[in-house]
Design a protein around this ligand. Structure first.
Ligand code: SF4
Length: 498
């Protein structure tokens, strides 16, 4: 095979949409191009050996924040053992601040931004010779209708076992300074009929889990309604073989027509990811995030109370101007609104994002290595930031996992942030670990904490048992959930685990 398209995915279940777009747009080079996906954690020598077994002339790597370190090692080894192979890099991690990056020095070429047209063109020039002299090629953005859609390249195996990423649009019109999409300045929709025809054929082939990567799914309500109706029709036609869709929403834009459509979805069919990031208006202004907080809160409350949607709401700690107290207020507000999952992330300084302008005025100190997490600000010192990092980890284990639904309420009471921070500090001193805590051990620790906080032993035991009685299924190694406790529908569980 002449051209290999490769990347290291974060998990096996994540099928790379980017590589499939490239393959779909290779034109006359399609027959000589193939995709080779790996998962981070693989042995570098194995990976290089597998790629070279195809005797490629060109290898294109998709480089992302989660794989840049490993991909750098792969490229270094590949160029040592097979210097004649041309390496082309693409992806967000090499699209900005390319100069000085180790992986860029090792590679032959870089395509920044959109690769759909520029990557095949560059491959054609390399194969025809003479090789282009310029190393960095700015990706050309074609009209959306000219981009070949990649969905037929999801194999039957992908459909059966992996999350299918799809996009009805690219880009975002908002300008949140911590986000790479802020550089897009607008959103570009794919022609809707053609897109829905592809979804139809994926569905006919057995696809039931659709994860939309559109940054602002609800921007154009007419389009959102048609896409929602597509899924509602499928649900109505085959209620016993339901579809499941995941969308990212902007929180302060939920017109009545959209609400009506959302309210028709049964439980387990819809998940929304909603970025709140911060409820602090001063912080929002500093990072150019336009958000009507009152409307956003109303919409989240409506979704929690009036729809059967699973809500995953994002907050970011460590933004410029945010201290622990203001972050805690936002966190408490979200808990009270009732979102099922609060994803509490720590700010990352993504390459190319304009948040860099706040580095000096707000004393922002970032880890120089991926994922470039903020280590300290002038409002949150390093030690406190580490407490927040641990809070986020334990929050995932206890609250977001859904394994301690009843117990979490007792942990949080009327001061969710402060109470969970106290629990987080205590459990860290008891375990000295944030990973590899066996579920049974975690359940015992949660119970011990409740007793330390004054709950009678019998009550604490009963409460933890109401979620999970410390029993682990011998086959699945998953907790045995006590009778009567609501669990997410199977399809949703599968999705959430992806
Ligand atoms: S955070 Fe969301 S709304 Fe803001 S620029 Fe990024 S994608 Fe757009």
């Amino acid at each position: 095979m002449t051209i290999l398209l490769s990347t290291l995915n974060a998990r096996y279940t994540h099928a790379s949409l980017g590589l499939r777009y490239l393959l779909a747009n290779m034109g006359p080079l399609t027959a000589q191009t193939s995709i080779h996906e790996f998962v981070i954690g693989a042995k570098t020598t194995d990976l290089v050996e597998r790629l070279l077994a195809h005797q490629p002339r060109i290898v294109g790597f998709g480089v992302y924040i989660w794989n840049v370190e490993e991909t750098t090692r792969v490229v270094a080894m590949l160029k040592r053992v097979a210097p004649e192979v041309t390496v082309i890099l693409g992806g967000p991690e090499v699209s900005y601040e390319t100069a000085g990056q180790e992986i860029v020095k090792l590679a032959d070429y870089v395509v920044t931004g959109w690769g759909d047209v520029t990557f095949p063109k560059l491959c054609g020039e390399i194969l025809a010779g003479p090789k282009p002299l310029m190393k960095v090629h700015a990706g050309v953005q074609p009209p959306m209708a000219e981009i070949a859609l990649p969905y037929s390249l999801y194999s039957d195996d992908d459909i059966a076992h992996r999350t299918l990423y799809v996009e009805a649009s690219r880009g975002c019109p908002f300008k949140c300074e911590f986000c790479l999409s802020s550089l897009d300045k607008t959103a570009w929709p794919f022609p809707l009929d053609a897109f829905l025809a592809e979804m139809e054929s994926l569905h006919a082939r057995g696809a039931r889990l659709f994860k939309f990567v559109d940054r602002t799914f609800n921007l154009n309500v007419k389009t959102s309604l048609r896409i929602m109706q597509f899924f509602l029709d499928k649900l109505e036609a085959a209620p016993n073989d339901p579809v499941y869709a995941h969308f990212e929403l902007v929180p302060d834009h939920l017109p009545d027509a959209l609400k009506e459509s959302i309210a028709k979805f049964p439980p387990g069919a819809l998940q929304f990811e909603i970025g709140i990031q911060s409820f602090n208006p001063e912080v929002q202004a500093l990072v150019s995030r336009r958000q009507d907080n009152a409307k956003a809160a109303d919409n989240i409350r409506w979704l929690c109370e009036q729809s059967q949607t699973h809500l995953h709401v994002d907050l970011i700690a460590g933004l410029p101007g945010e201290d622990v107290a203001s972050f805690a207020r936002g966190f408490d507000q979200l808990v009270k609104l009732g979102a099922q999952e609060i994803q509490f992330g720590i700010l990352k300084r993504l390459r190319g994002t304009p948040i860099i302008r706040h580095t000096e005025p707000f004393g922002m100190v970032y880890d120089p290595y991926p994922p470039y997490t903020v280590l300290a600000t002038n409002r949150i010192d390093f030690a406190t930031m580490q407490r927040l990092v641990r809070f986020a980890r334990y929050w995932d284990l206890v609250a977001n996992s859904g394994r301690f639904a009843n117990t979490t309420r007792a942990l949080l009471l009327d001061a969710p942030f402060d109470n969970f921070m106290a629990f987080s500090d205590w459990i860290y001193t008891r375990t000295d670990a944030t990973h590899r805590i066996a579920l049974e051990k975690l359940a015992k620790l949660v119970q011990e904490w409740l007793e330390l906080r004054g709950m009678a032993r019998a009550d604490a035991t009963a409460l933890v048992a109401s979620d999970y009685a410390g029993k682990v299924d011998a086959h699945t190694h998953k907790p045995v959930v006590a009778q009567g406790v609501a669990v997410a529908p199977a399809r949703q569980v599968r999705h959430l685990a992806a």
